[in-house]
Ligand binder design. Structure first.
Ligand SMILES: CC(C)(COP(=O)(O)OP(=O)(O)OC[C@H]1O[C@@H](n2cnc3c(N)ncnc32)[C@H](O)[C@@H]1OP(=O)(O)O)[C@@H](O)C(=O)NCCC(=O)NCCS
Length: 405
């Protein structure tokens, strides 16, 4: 810990579940010292594993790498004092509790600023604090439903939510970016500030491309399954491949630009030159292909059915037509290329043993990220409370006896 572009910065982390923890995990990967504060005995809510109570959930392992954990019951006077002492030693405070919870603890922005005037105080909520839904709780699907995404995802008569937590991890990532910007401003101007982000607002921003068809058509966009959501064009579909298992599909999308050669190349690849733009009026433009989508899709589907998803992706892409196989967790976990370039990493967790997990996508040429397993609950109590705050062993024992840590 302590290497990387953010080395030297210390983060006081009161995050839970995924959205907040992803934010502080990124800061930790980038070298910041992240002190994760958790309630004694149970830890933060994301530690709990319904399948295996008493052992950290895999979900916790995935979003809490490279952090230190201390226990603190901030609802006790001693615990609150510990938090205030820690605030003085930290550059950033991050939390994603429910509306009002952090204020009720006595850790509002004003209270934290009183302890550390330059603090960067980062709060992640479901909804904006100055909007009408400010008091509403939210998990990921609440934000994807209220932030446009589900209005355009699924089938025409069946809204479908995303299978991954786009709002949680996306908002957490955006919060990390904003905290780093605030740290840069603090370097230049010496000022701290509060950074607020709402998952709904993040999703609205993430959906910004949807305003292209919305403004052009003057009405909300339709759900188009695997079709192209921005315009009525083809091909854009997910086609079954050999051996027709649950994830044996490839998505093929040829550019919607009218001058693109991708459709003609695709026709050569699938052995159907008779469907090229200049020779087949029904296939002459992206819009025409959409109007005759069964003709378009059946020709592609017949070819895909003769190939595995990997073959289909390779052949299409090598010819210059964008294609992507559905790659599931099994495909990624068992492919050495992801470990060779640090996108998948193996960590040695004290309870779970060796675990393979996704790493940090960006690569910074002056830095190499060291991946450490998620911390044991309270594993850094002595290091932080004695080392950083100067408590004695007796004082630590007293805090434990009072159930403050
Ligand atoms: C996710 C969410 C719905 C969960 O709601 P919840 O289970 O009721 O949990 P809350 O965060 O509201 O409450 C946490 C409680 O733990 C307490 N707590 C947390 N850490 C504590 C600590 N170290 N010491 C003492 N108490 C602590 C809080 O004070 C709060 O108590 P209170 O309700 O008596 O005020 C809610 O936290 C939320 O809307 N968060 C913001 C959006 C978000 O991040 N959602 C996605 C999460 S992946």
């Amino acid at each position: 810990m302590g290497h990387g572009p953010l080395s030297g910065y210390r983060i006081l982390d009161m995050t839970q579940f995924e959205a907040g923890t992803v934010c502080t995990e990124i800061l930790a990967w980038l070298g910041a010292e992240v002190i994760k504060v958790e309630r004694p005995v149970t830890g933060e809510q994301g530690r709990y594993s319904q399948a295996e109570p008493g052992i950290d959930s895999y979900g916790f392992l995935v979003v809490n790498m490279n952090k230190k954990s201390v226990t603190c019951n901030a609802k006790t006077p001693e615990g609150l004092q510990l938090m205030k002492d820690l605030l003085k030693k930290c550059d950033v405070f991050v939390e994603n509790m429910g509306p009002g919870a952090v204020d009720r603890l006595g850790l509002s922005y004003e209270a934290c600023k009183a302890e550390n005037p330059d603090i960067i105080y980062a709060s992640l909520k479901g909804f904006a604090k100055d909007g009408p839904y400010a008091d509403y709780p939210a998990f990921d699907p609440i934000a994807t439903h209220t932030g446009v995404m589900v209005s355009v995802t699924g089938l025409p008569d069946q809204p479908i939510k995303s299978g991954i937590s786009v709002a949680d991890s996306g908002t957490g990532t955006m919060l990390a970016l904003s905290i780093i910007a605030a740290l840069l401003q603090k370097e230049r101007e010496g000022i701290g500030q509060r950074v607020d982000i709402a998952m709904q607002d993040f999703m609205i921003g993430l959906s910004r491309a949807q305003w292209e068809p919305y403004l052009a058509n003057g009405h909300p966009n339709r759900r188009v399954g695997n079709g192209m959501p921005l315009e009525d064009v083809a091909p854009s579909n997910t086609y079954p491949c050999k051996p027709f298992g649950p994830n044996d599909y490839v998505h093929i999308y040829a550019s919607r630009h009218p001058g693109s050669k991708q459709w003609d190349i695709l026709c050569d690849v699938i052995g159907r030159p008779d469907l090229k733009q200049d020779v087949c009026p029904e296939m002459s433009t992206p819009r025409k292909r959409f109007e005759n989508v069964e003709m378009c899709d059946s020709a592609i589907a017949a070819w895909c059915a003769q190939h595995t998803k990997h073959e289909a992706m390779d052949i299409m892409c090598k010819a210059g037509v964008p294609a992507g196989a559905i790659l599931d967790c099994d495909d990624i976990t068992n492919d050495p290329q992801y470990y060779e370039r640090g996108m998948m990493v193996e960590v040695d967790h004290p309870e779970r043993g060796k675990v393979k997990l996704p790493g940090f996508a960006p690569k910074l040429s002056a830095n190499e990220i060291e991946y450490l397993p998620s911390p044991a609950l309270g594993g850094a109590n002595e290091e932080v409370y004695c080392g950083l705050l100067g408590k004695t062993a007796e004082e630590l024992a007293e805090l434990k006896a009072k159930k403050a840590i």
